[in-house]
Design a protein around this ligand. Sequence first.
Ligand SMILES: NC(=O)C1=CN([C@@H]2O[C@H](COP(=O)(O)OP(=O)(O)OC[C@H]3O[C@@H](n4cnc5c(N)ncnc54)[C@H](O)[C@@H]3O)[C@@H](O)[C@H]2O)C=CC1
Ligand SMILES: O=C(O)[C@@H]1CCC=N1
Length: 281
Amino acid sequence: MTTQVAFVGTGSMNGAIASGLLASGFDPEKVRATVRSAASAEKLVDKLGDGGEKVKIFSAESSATANRDAVSGVDAVLVGVKPYDVLEVVRDFADSLDSQTLVISVAAGVPLDSLQKAAGENQPVIRCMPNTPSRVGKGVLAISSGSTVTEEQKELAESLLSAVGEVVQVEEEQMDAVTAVSGSGPAYAFLLAETMAKAGVELGFDRETATKLAAATVAGAGALLDSDPNPEDLRKAVTSPGGTTEQAIKTYQEGGLEELTLKAMRACAEKSAQMSKEYAE
Ligand SMILES: NC(=O)C1=CN([C@@H]2O[C@H](COP(=O)(O)OP(=O)(O)OC[C@H]3O[C@@H](n4cnc5c(N)ncnc54)[C@H](O)[C@@H]3O)[C@@H](O)[C@H]2O)C=CC1
Ligand SMILES: O=C(O)[C@@H]1CCC=N1
């Protein structure tokens, strides 16, 4: 693939996509990445994994033109700064984009319309909600395209993003719900592992053993779900009638796990919608 890609703001999320892309065999010499501080630039090489040392890394702190230099002449730019910085960062590099360069924002709550205005009226723009399992090629990446994106550019986005996970096309109004399920979702699974580890300590393990047992269990359950995406069947296969698991599941259900999960995901989606109002311009 001869596509050139720039990652603008390469932290947790864009770093996960960049690492996943390199791990999939993408040529590191075709990748550019920017961060804010010079210290982050040094750390990024290691975080990117194999090929990281061949990626051209720019720091905005060391050069006022870092982002403009990074996006110049590339086929696609992935913008991964915090939502409140997105529009300013896009406006700053807009004049350095080729007319065909695809701008993909991974930010929560930044509407396509606002991105379009910041990038320029005819610039192809895509809003994407990815998640961090992209680092290991197991991401879910929902995308909505702006009106000036051609079929060829959609294919380019799909081919890049599918290297790190499953790509789903959604309507922009579904982005708040996507954020609540898959964007923020990995944190719910990590919270479960954290909470199980804490409870394990209460049950008599030292913290290290409790964390190892809990993390390996959530990871193993994830691997099973990966091979068979039927959570209900997999749960039933663990739950022997009259056995031990039944007691735990009953306690969760009577304690309101379902209602609590819906409440948590509604709060997440509402926050995303509220941000979209804040960043609409
Ligand atoms: N962390 C996650 O799981 C997910 C995050 N997102 C979105 O990804 C975006 C980034 O979030 P995180 O990666 O969590 O944040 P982060 O703080 O880890 O990464 C932000 C990066 O932007 C860099 N940066 C800040 N200002 C810059 C500038 N002017 N020029 C160049 N680089 C600059 C920082 O150095 C940092 O590397 C957000 O918009 C968020 O909504 C979307 C889905 C999931
Ligand atoms: O917490 C956040 O705002 C970002 C968006 C989805 C996951 N992390």
